[in-house]
Design a binder for this molecule. Sequence first.
Ligand code: GDP
Length: 434
Amino acid sequence: KSTVAIVGRPNVGKSTIFNRLVGERISIVEDTPGVTRDRIYADAEWLNHTFHVIDTGGIELGDEPLLVQMRAQAEIAIEESDVIIFMVNGRDGITAADEEVSKLLFKSNKPVVLAVNKVDNPEMRESIYEFYSLGFGDPYPISGSHGLGLGDLLDETITHFPDLPEEVEDDETIRFSVIGRPNVGKSSLINSLLGQERVIVSDIAGTTRDAVDTSFTRDDQDFVIIDTAGMRKRGKVYESTEKYSVMRALKAIERSDVVLALIDADTGIQEQDKKIAGYAHEAGKSVVIVVNKWDTIDKDETSIKEFEDEVRSAFRYLDYAPIVFLSAKTKKRIHTLLPAVVQASENHAKRVSTNLLNEVIVDALAMNPSPSIKGQTLKIFYSTQVAVKPPTFVVFVNDPNLMHFTYERFLENRIREAFGFVGTPIHIIARKRT
Ligand code: GDP
């Protein structure tokens, strides 16, 4: 997928446009902590193209001066995107800050589409002409608050998308990424995995423009570790900003089948851990929770059980994720990791037979009759699996509004238990039988 970044000095209306572009596509999943609020990175769609959009204005750098902020945002846009939407304010004319940003964009050699925002009515269209002098060709008048002009702007934007090679969908290979707070041991874990005997690292290649993936083989199974960190420019001021690293993590998660959510046993579970793991859940990926630095814990027979309880209550929405305890440093128990990844990946792609599925639903109904709301009873006629990665089931009913989420959850658990969907989320969609 191509990536579009929106750049411009503060208050030109970047976030308004971002929200318009990705609008309804951001779904809020309840009980996943803090995932969808405050997003700077999301998918949008125009004329059969789906693409990523980055709102660089959402990347803040603490107290850095404005100029530093703008420069960092422009650099992120240049590094991460295929096309840049450069946004200015039609009411202000060209400002010194606009000129600063254009200099950086010029040097990048990336395609730039110039959007003149706050052109709320036709009379104001005169104001766009002076922006020709910025040197980015035709300015596109838009109005974020009224939603005007976006069609023309996007038509122009998509003409600049490169012909990206389709990422080869090879069902034999298991693609996974490692996410977690700084210092939980992501790099150490990857190094330990790759340094293991019986692991053959076949190549380390830049398979996409902005990630360095590593492939290896273990017991005839091919794996690819998808790079999350984008370490190439370590030390740059924006590398340390949380939203930027979140964005990199989201990009990696999206390309993964399985996501390893790393926790540091030494520091214990923290708020940020929940948030980060929530991204994987929300993306519908299989998840393995990895408790690293297990060597630092004084263990007795109950310590695993205790920590497990803690993890379960902190990550309620990940009740399907297996928990693996290990030490990346001493390599103790590290052999338990890949089997869990393989299992989670197989379940993510699993299809179940329609007959068996309906038997399970009939049994579930017998065990726990469907609810009534205001005298109306939910009737379930028939169910079928419509997708994998994650497994998705459509349940045909008399009225989807009668499917209470607690009942949906009950059906989900029955399906999960009956077919052993360990590691993967599953989705249930109630649809009216026509
Ligand atoms: P990252 O930021 O998540 O990639 O974390 P690193 O892999 O750089 O590790 C951060 C620190 O934790 C380093 O000092 C590691 O040596 C240490 N560390 C990583 N794994 C373990 C472990 O299993 N046990 C202990 N005791 N320390 C670890």
